[in-house]
Design a binder for this molecule. Structure first.
Ligand code: ADP
Length: 401
């Protein structure tokens, strides 16, 4: 058997999935390391072929420490020889990478050069690629960039309104969650047809990280994240868009350093910062009746998301389809309802029973906009990208089937 190993590393998690090379890329093994860097780090996995799941506590001080544990698991399950390619999700591709690429010395050098663009992600991603290269020297590795889906953004959506000279240094809107958006676009075409997939679409990926993309003719026309994934919507611990004047104000009044500011906007803000309770929207929904701070955090999240839907409907000149994805988008009827409430003037009307059931189509029959839930699959998108780059002939399988 030949398989593709997809590696999707987040800030404190590492998801992996093993797919059999072939037309339909069937899953063999899926799993996740959680709470990396904490004493209660955990590995959970499902052997899809045997239909068996398991989990255990592990010592995983960082992402690299997960690799020997994963190798041990692969050795037991399929044998290491079966791994014929490895695909990595890489958050930032900088100005150069507009598509997935095969990793070599030059790619690693460019990623090191642009590491300051994503200092919390790229050094870990590079370290992972190096460790996998050492363990699997003969196995090609492909870097799949979250920025690639947005690489052809219209110029007006790319430009940041600061002095022009910074653009030459790579400062522009890049946008992220690209693997998810690529998958959602392909899946929309599969379930709703080419006409819908080429229409005016807003894709809302609402997880711990949250962003939206305005898509037309299958291409990203604008997106809420910017030069970094800290911009745009309110997130679990990230602030999203802020008044830029705050940097100087907090520097002067609190002697806040650049490092403290960076920590605040990434780890202490968003749902966690406003609620002072939790970064997890389920906790806040459970507490909102009793605690005003939880209620305000949820209200702010939904209000900002609603504003982005309005902004992107304007950018697209109208709206045909709204897609919800990500942990919150796929699972929270209440949040979806609050975001859509009052958007009847755009043609967005929900069918409440369907919304409560997390049905694939949740719009009312008389709504002009089709509102859908699509379960995103970044690991499958990594496997498709690997297949395409290496010419394994398994790209369009699910779309065509
Ligand atoms: P990440 O961006 O880390 O991949 P996820 O896409 O898994 O995150 O989303 C995590 C978010 O999804 C959390 O805020 C969590 O509360 C929310 N979530 C997951 N399941 C549910 C559910 N059943 N109802 C409401 N929210 C949910």
């Amino acid at each position: 058997m030949h398989s593709i190993l997809a590696i999707n590393s987040g800030s404190s998690s590492l998801r992996f999935a093993l797919f059999e090379v072939g037309e339909s890329l069937p899953q063999i093994l899926i799993g996740k390391f959680d709470r990396i860097g904490f004493p209660d780090a955990k590995l959970s996995f499902t052997d899809v072929l045997a239909n068996k799941s398991d989990e255990r506590m592990v010592d995983a001080l960082d992402h690299v420490a997960c690799v020997p544990l994963l190798v041990e698991l692969l050795e037991k399950k399929t044998g290491l020889d079966s791994v014929s390619t490895i695909g990595h999700r890489v958050v930032h591709g900088g100005p150069r990478y507009r598509d997935a690429v095969r990793v070599d010395g030059a790619v690693l050098e460019e990623l090191r050069r642009i590491s300051p663009f994503a200092p919390n992600h790229l050094p870990d991603a590079i370290a992972l690629m190096e460790v996998f290269t050492a363990k699997f020297p003969q196995v090609p590795q492909i870097a799949c960039f979250d920025t690639a889906f947005h690489s052809a953004l219209p110029r007006v959506a790319k430009l940041l309104p600061i002095p022009r000279r910074y653009e030459a240094k790579g400062v522009q809107r890049y946008g992220f969650h690209g693997l998810s958006y690529d998958f959602l676009t392909q899946e929309l075409e599969r379930v709703a047809g080419a006409k819908a997939a080429n229409g005016r679409i807003i894709l809302a990926h609402l997880g711990n990280g949250a962003s939206m993309a305005a898509v037309r003719d299958g291409k990203s026309m604008d997106t809420s994240m910017g030069f970094t994934p800290a911009a745009g919507l309110v997130m679990s611990t990230r602030s999203g868009d802020l008044d830029p004047g705050l940097v100087a104000f907090l520097g002067r009044s609190e002697q806040m350093t650049e490092t403290q500011f960076d920590r605040m906007i990434h780890h202490e803000s968003g749902l966690l910062g406003v609620s002072e309770i939790s970064s997890d929207i389920r906790d806040l929904l459970a507490r909102e009746a009793a605690d005003i701070r939880a209620a305000e955090a949820v209200a702010l999240f939904c209000y900002q998301a609603k504003k982005w839907v309005g902004a992107f409907a304007a950018a697209l000149g109208g709206l045909d389809t709204l897609v919800f994805a990500g942990g919150i988008g796929e699972n929270s009827p209440s949040i979806r309802a609050r975001i859509c409430e009052g958007l009847g003037f755009l043609g967005i009307e929900l069918n409440e029973p369907r919304n409560r059931e997390n049905a694939p189509v949740i719009s009312a029959q008389n709504g002009r906009v089709a509102v859908r839930i699509i379960r995103t699959d970044e690991e499958l998108m990594i496997a498709r990208s690997v297949s395409r780059v290496l010419g394994l002939g398994a790209v369009k399988e699910r779309i065509e089937s």
